[in-house]
Structures are given as structure tokens and as C-alpha cells.
Design a protein around this ligand. Structure first.
Ligand code: GLU
Length: 425
């Protein structure tokens, strides 16, 4: 049966709802989004023909604050994927205890195949079509898969034109100097490593002596690779998707990949140039080679549903830690196998909460119209991530609970408190 991320997100939720005896009305409210907006965006393409793009913005829950979450550009975007991702955003904001709810958006498109002008018209069209659903106090998009600061700025500009004023809090991940926060670009990847380092410390593993294999070299993988290496870890493999032939490739250097040099030979969407990589001494292997590499830590930082029942056996016996930097990279069906193998799991919505945490700081800075130094942003980010990491770790160890379930427990209980206090149930 085809993988459905929404069913997966609901399975994860149901499991923990049962464990904590969540009351029925809370389950009914939280196992699906509160509000969905499905629409189309007509875009005049450069050749003069108008193309219609399918788009979604879905609000899972806003009991703890305005809905927050990325906007993806993805050729196979579906309502169910956006539903799942919006749900995970609610838990993500709750586990790091920021006053925001969960939302997500998506447009079925492939920006690789669009000129900058077409991308701009798509971004502006998205805002025109969903204007009533967006706002600093309603729902606040941010960069996600294949979207970036430039897209966010076009969207903010369109929103402000329609609203007739300045509303920098309507969107985050904007360029620095025009409402963006220093550190936002690196925040998700850095946050992954802040949590990883803290968890390794608590498990008595020295990051210096570890090796890792990373899937994906986009907004998350690149910065995770950079900080992990900077802190002394050895990245053996990095995989990246190649738009030209629709295939993924694994770039391997046993002595350690240099994320800085790979970043110089990648395009804006994370595709690493194979020929240049070979010249730099990298082996270019099949896309799934990252998964079977003999390393201590696996960091899937690309798409959902990458580690499945079908390929789980490829994971090397050497792997001790699975740090989920992507949203939903491991299908729920693998959770039992992870536990059986004794792999230490750092669950996705905890590991990758750095991006949205920094988005929250961006909103705070925009509200004050006073911007912090990069050091201040990253210091706060580290504190938030480490606090969340410790709470999940302590609960998991103290009660002998699987790490994913512990993160869910904390998040669901916080959201449940909010819906009760508001009198929604
Ligand atoms: N797209 C990121 C995520 O999935 C960040 C969301 C945000 O900053 O609102 O967590």
C-alpha cells in the first residue's frame, strides 16, 4: 500500500493518545486539522501561457498561538502530505514551548523548471489567493523544501501591498536587513546538531569520535553537516538529489566530507555537481548508499518516508543513533525495528525544531523592530533546543519510554492544556 504521511502522523498520535488516556474530544480535535484551504494559483508563464498550480494552506491547531509552518514547493505535493506536516508543526512548536500553533502549506510545482520571474508570480499569486487566511496573528508561513528567503520576501511584499501597511510578522525566513533574523538560514541544521550533541553527551558518547551519514544537502543537511564537522564529527557521506536526471547520489569521502567545499558546488536547491565532486576526490555512489554506510549516526535530512520496512535492513549494524532532521523521514512501521535494534532515536519534530524556533525569534525582533546579533540568536537557540532535548530525554529515560513517544507526550499534553483552558473541549 502506498505510504500516506497523514495516516502515519495519525498513527503516531493515536499511540500516544492511548498511552496517556487522552479524552475522546481532544483526540477528535487533534487527530485532524482545524482548517484547510485548498486553492489554485494561475501564473502567466514566460511563454505567455497561463499555468494553474494547485496549492494548500492547512492549519492543524492554533490553541497555543498563531499557526506556524513552512511552505513547500514540491512537484508531488498532496493535501495529505500538508495535513501531516501541519500536525507535526503543532507538536514541534509545543515541544520547544514556543507560543505558536501548527500549520503548513504547499504548492505542487517544480521550481527547478521555473524562471525567477515565474517563481515570483507564483509567490505573489499564492498570497493573493490565500490573503484572508494569512497574517501575523493568524498563520505565518516560512521557508521549507525548495523555498527560500527570496520567495518569502516576495510573499511579504505582496501581503503588505494588499494590506496597505508593513506587516513583517506575516512571514519568517526573510532576508537579513528586510525583516529577517541573523542565523535563520542555519537554524534548522544547527538546531539538529545542538540536540544531537546534547543527547550524545547524555548517552556518554563523545561527538568528536563519531561518524555520520547525511541524506540531503538542502536547507537542513548543509548546515547540520557544517556544524557537526566544526564540532569534530566526521561526515562520511552526504547524499543529494539531482534535478537533471531525477536521481539521488551519495557523495562519499572516507576521510571526511568537507561541507564547505560541497556547498560551493551545489545549486540553490541542494544538488551537488557530480563532476566537480569527483575532481575534489569524492566517490559518487547510488542514492541509497548513504543508508548502508558503516557509521555511528544516520541523519536523514531530506524527505518524509525515506527509511521504510523495505530498506530498514540496509542500515549498518554500526549505527547507534538515528537523528531525524527531516519531517517524517522514518515510517512509523519502523519504530519497533528501531527499538529492537537498540538504535537511539532523536525524533523529527524535536530534532528539527530549530528553524521554527528561530522563526519565532524573527517575529519577536520584527515586533520590536530591533534585531539581535547572530551570537545572541544562536545562543538563545541553543538554550531552547537543549532545554527541549533534556525534557524529552528525562521523560524517556525516567519512564522507560521510546523517544518519539516521550516527545509526543510532552507536546500533546501542552496542546491539550491549551485547548482545555480555552474551553474548546
Ligand atoms: N519549515 C520549517 C519546519 O518544518 C520551519 C517552519 C517555520 O519556521 O515556521 O520546521
Amino acid at each position: 500500500m502506498a505510504y500516506n504521511p497523514y495516516e502515519d502522523a495519525q498513527t503516531q498520535f493515536d499511540k500516544v493518545a492511548n498511552m496517556i488516556g487522552l479524552e475522546q474530544s481532544a483526540r477528535d480535535l487533534l487527530r485532524e486539522p482545524m482548517k484547510e484551504f485548498h486553492f489554485t494559483v494561475p501564473v502567466r508563464m514566460d511563454d505567455g501561457v497561463t499555468k494553474i498550480f494547485r496549492a494548500y494552506r492547512i492549519k492543524h491547531n492554533d490553541a497555543r498561538g498563531p499557526a506556524k509552518g513552512g511552505l513547500r514547493f514540491h512537484p508531488q505535493e498532496t493535501a495529505d502530505t500538508v495535513r501531516a506536516l501541519s500536525m507535526w508543526m503543532t507538536w514541534k512548536c509545543a515541544v520547544v514551548d514556543i507560543p505558536l500553533g501548527g500549520g503548513k502549506g504547499g504548492v505542487a510545482c517544480d521550481p527547478h523548471l521555473m524562471s525567477l520571474g515565474e517563481q515570483e508570480r507564483l509567490c505573489r499569486g499564492f498570497v493573493r489567493q490565500s490573503f484572508s487566511q494569512l497574517g501575523p496573528n493568524i498563520d505565518v508561513p516560512a521557508p521549507d523544501m525548495m523555498t527560500n528567503a527570496r520567495h518569502m520576501l516576495w510573499m511579504m511584499d505582496e501581503y503588505e501591498t494588499l494590506a496597505g501597511g508593513h506587516y513583517p510578522g506575516v512571514i519568517t525566513g526573510k532576508p537579513v536587513g528586510i525583516g529577517g533574523s541573523l542565523g535563520r538560514t542555519d537554524a534548522t541544521g544547527f538546531g539538529v546538531i545542538y540536540v544531537l550533541k546534547d543527547m550524545l553527551d547524555r548517552e556518554g558518547i563523545d561527538l568528536h569520535n563519531t561518524t555520520a551519514s547525511i541524506q540531503g544537502f538542502g536547507n537542513v543537511g548543509e548546515y547540520a553537516a557544517k556544524l557537526y564537522s566544526q564540532w569534530g564529527g566526521n561526515v562520511i557521506c552526504i547524499s543529494s538529489y539531482d534535478q537533471a536526471d531525477g536521481m539521488s547520489y551519495t557523495f562519499r569521502k572516507k576521510t571526511g566530507c568537507n561541507a564547505e567545499e560541497l556547498a560551493r558546488i551545489k545549486d540553490a536547491f541542494g544538488t551537488i555537481d557530480k563532476e566537480q565532486a569527483k575532481e575534489l576526490g569524492y566517490e559518487v555512489l547510488p542514492g541509497d548508499a548513504w543508508l548502508s554506510e558503516e557509521v555511528d549516526i544516520l541523519i536523514p535530512a531530506a524527505l518524509e518516508d525515506q527509511i521504510t520496512l523495505e530498506n530498514f535492513h540496509q542500515i549498518s549494524k554500526s549505527v547507534r543513533v538515528l537523528c531525524e532532521a527531516a519531517n517524517g523521514p522514518t515510517s512509523s512501521a519502523c519504530d519497533q525495528l528501531i527499538q529492537k535494534r537498540g538504535i537511539f532515536l532523536i525524533p523529527d519534530f524535536l530534532a528539527n525544531a530549530g528553524g521554527v524556533t528561530c522563526s519565532y525569534y524573527e517575529q519577536v525582533q520584527c515586533n520590536m523592530n530591533f534585531f539581535w546579533s547572530r551570537e545572541e540568536v544562536l545562543e538563545r537557540l541553543n538554550d531552547s533546543m537543549v532545554n527541549a532535548s533534556r525534557a524529552v530525554y528525562d521523560l524517556a529515560k525516567g519512564e522507560d519510554i521510546y523517544m518519539r513517544d516521550a516527545a509526543y507526550m510532552i507536546a500533546i499534553e501542552r496542546v491539550n492544556d491549551a485547548i482545555k483552558l480555552r474551553g474548546w473541549i
